[in-house]
Design a protein around this ligand. Structure first.
Ligand code: BYC
Length: 325
């Protein structure tokens, strides 16, 4: 069902209703859950918000992995707070998606069965402490670049969730950059670790923005509906332009021999990621795909008794209320 859902953004909706809906979008009105919306709009939002929510939750795994090994108590407290923030972001986003008529349980089942994606970046391992710096700096940096414009997305609940999320994300990026600064200015070995982390996370971070515009399946319709505000390539370019001077400040080198300032376009020319690697990771063949899904599967199974107890409690309270009436 979901496979059909994502392919069919074209709708059979009433043309008059569609035109009125598009006029609201063009006038920058927010669409709210009870408003009429084309089926394709609803499905696209469920796909994007659901995948975004899953990314926040799965994104806790590579960093959570380092909480017990953070080098100081202060670093541990900061990382713990960051990872907790990601859980909160996941919850805001699941709630926003639920307003579109899908439950969190359904979305989780889709994640576990592979019918719904999460960001490719979280299928790469965090091998050492410098990687935690690189994730904060680059991965959260890319996430912010994508999420700031999404504060203006056309669907009200998504847009409001993004406003809260963006406030916290900028702190996340700062903590990552701070780790990188400490490492880059530390011993030669520490600087080497920082460079190595940049080398490994650079291209996967560029992939976070999605395929190049010519290969993006959903961008045109999503932009017409203002679900997406920018194309994948526009945001990737902005990310590179923002990040290169930050790397220079750290004294690190972006691992791209073809990176060059282009005066005419007012931005850097840079090498594309290896898109065959990207699609391979999407197919489940990245270094950590299996581990990530297994970890979420285990959490889902272990939490079953708690979810069942919550439902049973709610049902009991409802029955008591009915009996008292
Ligand atoms: N990973 O037509 P396209 C975070 C899929 S940060 C996996 O361009 P669209 C965090 C895409 O879903 C990350 N899949 O798609 C940070 C589609 O496949 P389906 C989360 C990807 O949707 C730090 C196909 O490729 N952020 O959470 O128009 C710590 C064709 O692509 C990726 C968001 O999710 C990818 N990188 O554009 C903790 C932001 N890229 O669905 C957490 C919201 C593409 O047809 N999402 N695909 O099977 C978006 O802005 C858009 O969905 C994207 C893709 C730009 C990602």
């Amino acid at each position: 069902m979901y496979a059909q859902m994502v392919k069919s953004e074209a709708t059979n909706d009433d043309p008059e209703k569609l035109a009125a809906f598009q006029a609201r979008i063009d006038a920058n009105e927010k669409i709210e859950p009870k408003d009429w919306m084309p089926e394709g709009y609803r499905k696209t939002l469920i796909r994007q918000i659901g995948q975004h929510a899953h990314s926040e939750i799965v994104g806790q795994l590579p960093e959570g992995n380092w909480i017990t090994r953070a080098p100081t108590l202060e670093r541990k407290a900061i990382l713990l707070a960051k990872v907790q923030d990601e859980a909160g972001h996941g919850l805001y986003l699941y709630c926003a998606a639920e307003t579109l008529g899908i439950s969190r349980d359904e979305m989780t089942e889709m994640l576990l069965s592979g019918k719904m994606k999460y960001s490719s970046i979280f299928n790469y391992p965090t091998l050492n402490w410098a990687d935690i710096g690189a994730v904060g700096w680059l991965v959260d940096g890319a996430a912010i670049m994508n999420q700031v414009p999404l504060q203006r997305t056309s669907f009200g609940p998504y847009s409001r969730a993004m406003i809260r999320i963006c406030k916290e994300e900028s702190f996340h990026q700062r903590q990552g950059y701070d780790i990188m600064m400490k490492m880059a200015r530390g011993s030669p070995e520490q600087k080497e670790m920082a460079q190595d982390a940049l080398n490994r996370f650079w291209y996967p971070s560029l992939m976070m923005f999605g395929p190049s515009d010519k290969d993006s399946v959903h961008s045109a319709q999503s932009m017409a509906w203002k679900i997406k505000i920018n194309t994948n390539d526009e945001l990737r370019q902005k990310f590179v332009d923002q990040t290169v001077p930050q790397a220079e400040y750290l004294g690190l080198t972006i691992p791209d021999p073809d990176l060059k300032w282009n005066e005419e376009k007012g931005g850097y020319d840079f090498s594309e990621p290896d898109w065959s690697e990207f699609y391979d990771v999407l197919k489940g063949n990245g270094p950590c795909n299996r581990d990530r899904i297994e970890a979420r599967q285990e959490a889902w199974e272990k939490g079953r008794w708690f979810r069942d107890a919550l439902v049973a409690h709610a049902e009991k309270r409802a029955a008591r209320r009915v009996a008292a009436e």
